[in-house]
Design a protein around this ligand. Structure first.
Ligand code: ZN
Length: 329
């Protein structure tokens, strides 16, 4: 089974479990914090960043998955399960991103409020690419304006869970969502400086559809292509043709995916006598190291936007939207 097929199978398995989770959530919303700060456990860093900011000093938010971890493949450990059982409220991203956590989340939802932040976003903000076989694309955080809807959803969920502090949650959510919109405007501005023929983002896997929609880039991923199989080689060759014919100057690796396929592309293009550079490492399904600017949601997206703009020949400040970036050349 190639990685794309596995991806789709994971989605199908999770679909059934997810329906249960959603069905169970309303009954558990009557729970309320017994003391402050209460404990919030989250799955990926992007969700944790929202919960930490929206809850403020009312909660301590802890993510299960750290930098460089692939959420599609992550299986919860006994410690993770204990952390969720010991917490007051749980947030996950949803749309089958955390495919191997489905059963655990269903069980946890029997006894405490469990919220899927992307499930609470209106469908009109979601993408349903053909190759996902009838499922929504889970990588919503790549569009800061759509992710702002997840922020509002967390504000509402926390207001239901802890009604006493509803006003604070809604205020914090509005401030965070406004910053997402500012970052979105920055992304549109700097990526519009990329020459029109170069607005193509080629990376390791299928995480950037929302990024492409947000900022007007054509997006191509090599996930699902195995360099071992003949078909995989044909598809790599197809991408090499595209790169040579369109004069694409840079492709990108991802912090949570092996760079093997991207290196094969670079080799293929060089064999045709053309130059292709690796434009740098993007954060796709995990944020940067904890304690750094890139280890926040805004820093992660700022890094991606600024790096892509500069590598594809556009103009963006080296230190990015927030003036805090450290890795972009
Ligand atoms: Zn992904």
């Amino acid at each position: 089974m190639n990685p794309l097929e596995m991806h789709i199978t994971r989605r199908s398995i999770f679909a059934a479990a997810l329906a249960l989770t959603i069905g169970l959530a309303p009954a558990s919303l009557t729970a309320a914090p017994k003391k402050y700060p209460y404990k919030a456990t989250t799955t990926v860093g992007m969700v944790n960043d929202i919960v930490a900011n929206v809850a403020g000093d009312k909660a301590v938010a802890t993510a299960i998955m750290g930098a460089g971890v692939d959420p599609h493949l992550y299986k919860p450990t006994r410690d993770d399960v204990a952390a969720m059982i010991g917490s007051d409220v749980v947030f996950y991203s949803g749309l089958m991103l955390e495919g191997k956590m489905a059963d655990t989340l269903v069980k946890i939802a029997r006894n405490k409020p469990v919220f899927a932040v992307t499930e609470l976003i209106e469908e009109k903000f979601l993408l349903e690419p053909e190759e996902f076989g009838g499922h929504f694309d889970p990588h919503v955080w790549m569009d800061p304006s759509a992710w702002a809807k997840a922020v509002e959803a967390v504000g509402k969920s926390l207001a239901e869970f802890d009604a006493k502090n509803a006003a604070a949650y809604k205020k914090n959510a509005a401030a965070y969502a406004a910053t997402c919109e500012e970052l979105h405007a920055y992304g549109k501005k700097v990526l519009a400086t990329v020459p029109e023929g170069s607005r193509v983002l080629i990376s390791s896997h299928d995480a950037f559809n929302y990024f492409g929609r947000a900022f007007g880039l054509k997006v191509m991923g090599v996930q699902g292509i195995s360099t071992e199989s003949e078909a995989g080689l044909q598809q790599i060759n197809g991408l090499v043709d595209f790169i040579v014919q369109n004069g694409v100057k840079a492709v990108f690796v991802e912090s949570s995916v092996s760079p093997k396929n991207i290196e094969a592309l670079v080799g293929g293009v060089k064999a045709r006598g053309k130059e292709l550079k690796i434009g740098g490492e993007l954060f796709s399904d995990a944020m940067g190291a904890a304690g750094t600017y890139e280890g926040t949601y805004l820093g992660m997206l700022d890094h991606n936007i600024t790096l892509v703009a500069r590598a594809l020949g556009g103009e963006a400040p080296a230190k990015g939207f927030g003036g805090k970036l450290s890795h972009v050349q």
